[in-house]
Design a protein around this ligand. Sequence first.
Ligand SMILES: C[S@@+](CC[C@H](N)C(=O)[O-])C[C@H]1O[C@@H](n2cnc3c(N)ncnc32)[C@H](O)[C@@H]1O
Length: 206
Amino acid sequence: MSPSHVCHTETANERSCGTCCCATVAAWDERMRVILDLCGGTGSWSEPYRQAGYDVRLFDLPNDVRLLKFDAGLQPHGILCAPPCTVFSYARNRYEPTDAELLAALSVVDACLRAVVMYRPKWWALENPRNKLRRYLSKPLATFKQWEYGDAADKATCLWGSFNVPMFRPAPRRKASTFRTRRQNADPEDAITPPRFARAFFEANP
Ligand SMILES: C[S@@+](CC[C@H](N)C(=O)[O-])C[C@H]1O[C@@H](n2cnc3c(N)ncnc32)[C@H](O)[C@@H]1O
């Protein structure tokens, strides 16, 4: 062991040197890390965490996030939130959402934020396409277009929260924009968190 090596017994959060017993302890430590993936759908955003052995807990309907009870034993390391965007979409400018629709949509967003308040994780992020949610959550911490992380589409997406913003890894856009077309936000697969963004987010927020 090098003289500069910091042992896990000295600081629990220190990353492993990879060459001593700390490697085993670090791998064990990551497996013990709970990630909440709220409104997680396919689980695409949390998939890199799952692959790395984290304990990912995905909540989606019929498990309503608004009914999530506080679990003192859970202590999530990170919380990902991807509440539905349909009501906030600019594609709906043709007809403004009713107050009842807004209340229902905001209640899902609020429930995600309640989990953040309850658990105070090391990092958390809430994503939504760039849309009317900014009226309620204020300025996002980051905004990206999917191709800026090497994914296919353009779709501008906002991220609120407390996390390390991943470095861009741009690649040419491979999918035509649906902005201001009848197809905007129409395809369910467009709601899936793009995999290269998910990977970049994971690497910036282990
Ligand atoms: C924008 S999609 C998220 C998609 C996800 N990022 C993915 O990669 O598949 C929103 C998700 O929220 C879920 N959802 C809607 N209302 C919910 C609620 N009250 N509780 C939990 N999940 C909900 C939907 O079923 C949907 O999967």
